[in-house]
Design a protein around this ligand. Sequence first.
Ligand code: FES
Length: 176
Amino acid sequence: MTTASSADHPTRRDFLFVATGAAAAVGGAAALWPFISQMNPDASTIAAGAPIEVDLSPVAEGQDIKVFWRGKPIYISHRTKKQIDEARAVNVASLPDPQSDEARVKSGHEQWLVVIGICTHLGCIPIAHEGNYDGFFCPCHGSQYDSSGRIRQGPAPANLPVPPYQFVSDTKIQIG
Ligand code: FES
């Protein structure tokens, strides 16, 4: 009887000990998470306009990617030499919204075009690599933008805007 009783008690104590240890571990992890979380901008800060960094190294020549900044779609195009040559061969004065390709990209990084992907007509999202100018095509009313994001045909009145951005390394940009 005595033997059975003393054998029971250590079992309960062991259980309490393990349960207390587990609670402490969970509490520790919960305390650590907010600390780590505070080191990054939260979703509302990013939505309010915090800069974002984009790694360009996975984007092959001829490819486009779309990211979001301030809730807006941003197209990043890794242009081919043909696309750059086409954009630079245009008579700028003949364009509806005259702007040189050189003014729309960063010197030394001419292969990268970064534009806000919102049609300047009524705000649809154009499709990359579509249309007659090797650039963007808006399916809503047929506006066509070239490989520099400049309006070439259709009802849109202006070029796709270039957001504020800078190269922080050869393969990384910061938008905003
Ligand atoms: S919204 Fe793009 S052409 Fe009308």
